[in-house]
Design a protein around this ligand. Structure first.
Ligand code: PMP
Length: 450
């Protein structure tokens, strides 16, 4: 039998030859060798060396119920055996998407009673963009075309959702954004190096938003997209009063409010939806990731009754994917959502694990390499500084990637972004595992500091 090492070497070589990875520096990866992850077990994944690594990122902010949820596997197996796939075209559908749409509506903020299914967060946002165009056209206001979006936002990888995204490194290689995407400041107080308090900085962002809307012409603006907590942009927690202020501005100018909850929905911050926690009453919520805990791909665009009504009466709805409402993916979602509900995971994050995680994160602020921590529920970030202090940071400094490699060597996975690390473990993590996660982070940061 070939040894594990020789199989790994073969896979790494084939990977180098045949696969292009998402968001990856291939020369770096090929230099060190691609990790070939073998198995999952609860909150751990096991890599090619057989080492269990505590997954402080839940895959990619999504494996909320951990890696071996029997209920999801059984539900998908049953669905695949009975009917692996049938489209929701031709005046047809299957049971699973109906049940998931009902579940989503029952747990969502009032008004959001209709879901359009897709396969990813990008497609959920792309669908929202098209629905918004269609909606304003049906309302006789086709001049409302522009979309407001924020710096440090992340909304996906299609041409339009990369245009929504407010990260230069995602846009610059593709000459994006497209026309019609209007940038407003996101509330990244630390990144702005602002002298203001976070709350005052949030107020400044709102004043700027209002100024930009008036300059563009409010009657030309269709919608605003906002993640309640900006995730991939660096886990940016909105300062007090900011999100409600943003919502209020949209209401004042008749601009639709889209809450991108691809990371925040389904319990991560101790609520089914972050929009409910901040009482945002959005017109649209976009979901993906945690809807299936990543077991199968699924996205959803949940729209309000007001938006659904003209669409439902407006004749032929000319949008949808081959796999919209895929029964096997929806079976995974239903089993996952029921698991979250039956095990009280949302309340557990709110009352127990979230506060515990936040306290551990607050302790991390004492580490010499850490200059700020931010967190809420089971999502957090630590901004890192080199020994020379913040002024020694260079624009190309990537302390986050260095730190995440060092933390991984200490047995836990976190994500490096710019000069920070982001943490978002599965919702089934225990207090002891949270201790162990932060111990690995501290050891990794000790090495970074050395
Ligand atoms: N929106 C948000 C807030 C996200 O975090 C992501 C993915 N990180 C997306 C959209 C895009 O989702 P996907 O990668 O499934 O297309």
């Amino acid at each position: 039998m070939p040894s594990v090492d020789s199989i790994t070497a073969e896979l790494q070589s084939l990977d180098r030859q045949y696969q292009i990875h998402p968001f990856t520096n291939h020369s770096d990866m090929h230099g060190t060798g691609t990790h070939i992850v073998q198995r999952g077990d609860g909150c751990y994944f096991i890599d090619e060396t057989g080492t269990p690594i505590l997954d402080g990122l839940a895959g990619l902010w999504c494996v909320n119920v951990g890696y071996n949820c029997r209920e999801i596997v059984e539900a998908v197996t049953a669905q695949m055996t009975q009917l692996p796939y049938y489209p929701s075209f031709f005046n047809s559908t299957t049971e699973a998407p109906i049940r998931v749409a009902e579940f989503l509506a029952k747990h969502a903020p009032a008004r959001l009673n209709h879901t359009i299914f897709s396969n990813s967060g990008s497609e959920a946002n792309e669908t929202a963009l098209k629905v918004i165009r269609g909606y304003w056209k049906l309302k006789g206001q086709s001049q409302r075309r522009k979309i407001l979006c924020r710096t440090y936002a992340y909304h996906g990888v299609t041409l339009a959702t990369t245009s929504l995204t407010g990260l230069v490194n995602c846009q610059e290689p593709f000459d994006l954004p497209l026309e019609g995407f209007v940038r407003i400041p996101g509330p990244y107080h630390y990144g702005a190096r602002s002298e203001l308090t976070p709350e005052d900085y949030g107020r400044w962002c709102l004043e700027e938003t209002r100024r930009i809307i008036l300059a563009e012409g409010p009657e030309t603006i269709a919608a605003l997209f906002a993640e309640p907590i900006q995730g991939a942009g660096g886990v940016i927690i909105p300062p007090k009063g900011y999100l409600s202020g943003l919502r209020e501005i949209c209401r004042e100018f008749g601009i639709l409010y889209v809450s991108d909850e691809v990371i925040t929905a389904f319990g991560r911050i101790g609520a089914w939806y972050a929009s409910e926690m901040w009482e945002l009453d959005p017109d649209i919520i976009c979901v993906a990731k945690g809807i299936t805990s990543g077991y199968l791909p699924l996205g959803g665009t949940m729209v309000s009754d007001e938006i659904a009504e003209p669409l439902l009466k407006g004749g032929y709805f000319a949008h949808g994917f081959t796999y919209s409402g895929h029964p096997s993916c929806c079976a995974a979602a239903l089993a996952n959502l029921r698991y979250i509900e039956d095990h009280g995971l949302v309340t557990k994050v709110k009352d127990d694990l979230g506060p515990y995680f936040e306290a551990k994160l607050a302790n991390l602020a004492a580490h010499p390499a850490v200059s700020e921590v931010r967190g809420m529920g089971l999502i957090g970030a630590a901004e890192l500084v080199p020994k020379g202090g913040r002024d020694a940071l260079t624009p190309t400094s990537l302390l986050g990637a260095k730190a995440s490699n060092l933390v991984r060597a200490e047995g836990a996975m976190v994500r490096g972004i710019r000069d920070l690390i982001a943490i978002s473990p599965p919702l089934v993590i225990s207090r002891e595992q949270i201790d162990s996660l932060f111990a690995s982070v501290e050891r990794g940061l000790d090495k970074l500091w050395d």
